[in-house]
Design a protein around this ligand. Structure first.
Ligand code: NDP
Ligand code: BG6
Length: 513
């Protein structure tokens, strides 16, 4: 498949030549890949997985011989699955012309099998159908578990017994949540490993598939100007900020059992932090990168209550429109203490980062939607131009901002002389704005991750020891919050979140960006 399709310096999907160390057994004439989306009737399958598979097909990134099966309990014909899937497929902007043909070709390769998640018989039926489509070729099989976690093990057990490949690879993509704490996560891993080897398990954290998250290592390790500054010597604090301007909207049932710390911080933001703070890996090999991530995670101090603020959104009326409280969601108990917002200070106990506060903030129903990393540098020693900034010294420091989404950008705030005869300074941006620099549409995170899983590239998936290290940081805090029934600070829907977050930052001389 033509993976290299560079336009303006940005590969359409990516050039994977330097990463893929495993022989790719997916693309040969005599082999085939069957992708089974388990839970195909659900939200994630419709919203993300089928559209991502179509996008890969559209970009000619799928192997020549592939078949996609939807699997779930709901009764559906192949035609009904295709009708459902077709509603969410979109085409790349620059190639609209042959889009309908491509959609037809894609849908013709999508099939549906209804069955129970805990029935080996149902999976044996699926196996029969898969075999028909594989037509005697080497069969490689991918199962995407897009189902609630309580059925993960049933599916893995039945699929491994009745539907795994006999002559090719079998891989399983698992969606979060990977447990609720250290114990349940370890139990999930133990149970999965009854049926699978670790290298068959692809634990997805879709933030690792986002363009700017993937770019973090490129930025750090291929630019001389950044790496020397990347330490406590020059960096004052780092902020990792996630916000959504909508509430739980229909996912309250799931969310109430998890809360924002498990939903966003323990995985998405912590993964970004690990990539941000890890030491240089030996190579770009998946194991080398994941080894470094585990090391830095294990250097982090477990979170303590004094360094955490939690919040929950309450109803708010603005411009005549009334926005609901979290507990107005019918699937949420009305005395729920589940946080929909959290801010935390994290410290890394190693030579590079000793004393540097890493501040995380994540919230739903806030005033804005976005995800960004903000790196605030120290003051220039003996700054000659101090006076030009008055008393607001913060204004005189450099700040690097990596805007993960929306409107991807990387910009560096620098001090600059305002042109003219006087000597006045202001802070201006050196700006790498993706929309202006690259004309190519940025692929969705799920596209990158699905392609990697098909190719056996593991560097963007979470290894079990990484997961253990991540839970070890958050589990004591989560236990304390829940056992002591700590009440979240209420904040109005659409606001900037609880003021406690500002006090937390102020404690470490930080101002949220
Ligand atoms: P859904 O709740 O839509 O469930 C997917 C399918 O699983 C359903 O269509 C249903 O299919 C089956 N199902 C639902 N509840 C049960 C149950 N209690 N027991 C057995 N089967 C059930 O989930 P999503 O599609 O939203 O998410 C799938 C997975 O991905 C989950 O693990 C979720 O946490 C995770 N995830 C979802 C995200 C999202 O944006 N939706 C984002 C990140 C992760 P049927 O009845 O036909 O068998
Ligand atoms: C999911 C969370 O993992 O990420 C959701 O479960 C959240 O609560 C979503 O809305 C955010 O993803 P994105 O890609 O839209 O920022």
């Amino acid at each position: 498949a033509p993976l290299e399709n560079v336009e303006n310096g940005l590969p359409a999907v990516r050039s994977n030549a330097s990463w893929n160390t495993e022989v790719n057994s997916a693309s040969g004439e005599d082999s085939t890949v069957s992708i089974t989306v388990v839970g195909a009737s659900g939200d994630l399958a419709k919203k993300k997985i089928f559209p991502a598979l179509f996008a890969l097909f559209y970009e000619d990134c799928l192997p020549k011989h592939f078949t996609i099966f939807g699997y779930a309990r709901s009764r559906m014909t192949d035609g009904e699955l295709r009708a459902m899937v077709s509603k969410t497929l979109t085409c790349r902007i620059d190639k609209r012309e042959n889009c309908n043909d491509k959609m037809e070709q894609f849908l013709e390769r999508c099939f549906y099998q209804s069955g129970q998640y805990n029935s080996e018989g149902s999976f044996a039926e699926l196996n029969k159908k898969l075999k028909e489509h594989e037509a005697g070729r080497i069969s490689n099989r991918m199962f995407y578990l897009s189902v609630p976690p309580n059925v993960f093990i049933d599916v893995v057990k039945c699929a491994s017994k009745s539907a795994s490949s006999l002559n090719g690879w079998t891989r399983v993509i698992v969606e979060k949540p990977f447990g609720r704490d250290s114990e349940s996560s370890a139990a999930l891993t133990r149970n999965l490993k009854q049926y699978l080897e670790e290298d068959q398990i692809f634990r997805i954290d879709h933030y690792l598939g986002k363009e700017l998250v993937e770019n973090l290592s490129v930025l750090r390790f291929s630019n001389l100007v950044f790496e020397p500054l990347w330490s406590r010597q020059y960096i004052r604090n780092v902020q990792l900020i996630f916000s959504e301007d909508f509430g739980t909207e229909g996912r309250g049932g799931y969310f109430d059992n998890y809360g924002i710390i498990r939903d966003i911080m323990q995985n998405h933001l912590l993964q970004i932090l690990a990539l941000f703070a890890m030491e240089t890996p030996v190579s770009l090999d998946a194991e080398d990168i994941r080894n470094e991530k585990v090391k830095v995670l294990r250097c982090m101090k477990p979170l303590i209550l004094d360094d955490v603020v939690i919040g929950q959104y309450k109803s708010h009326t603005k411009g005549g429109i009334s926005y609901p409280a979290y507990i107005d969601d019918k699937t949420v108990p009305n005395d729920s203490l589940t946080p929909t917002f959290a801010a935390a200070a994290i410290f890394i106990n190693n030579a590079r980062w000793d004393g540097v506060p890493f501040l995380m903030k994540a919230g739903k129903a806030l005033h804005t939607k976005g995800a960004q990393i903000r790196v605030q540098f120290r003051h220039v020693p003996g700054n000659l131009y101090k006076k030009s900034f008055g008393t607001d010294l913060d204004r005189a420091t450099n700040e690097l901002v990596i805007r993960v989404q929306p409107d991807e950008a990387i910009y560096l705030k620098i001090n600059n002389k305002i042109p003219g005869l006087g000597m006045r300074l202001d802070r201006s941006n050196l700006n790498l704005h993706y929309a202006a620099r690259y004309s190519k549409e940025i692929p969705d995170a799920y596209e990158r991750l699905l392609l990697d899983a098909i190719e056996g590239e593991r560097r963007l998936f979470i290894r079990s020891d990484e997961l253990d290290a991540a839970w070890a940081l958050f589990t004591p805090l989560l236990k304390e919050l829940e056992e002591n029934k700590i009440a979240p600070e209420l904040y109005p829907f659409g606001s900037r979140g609880p003021v406690g977050a500002h006090y937390l930052a102020a404690k470490y001389n930080v101002r949220w960006g």
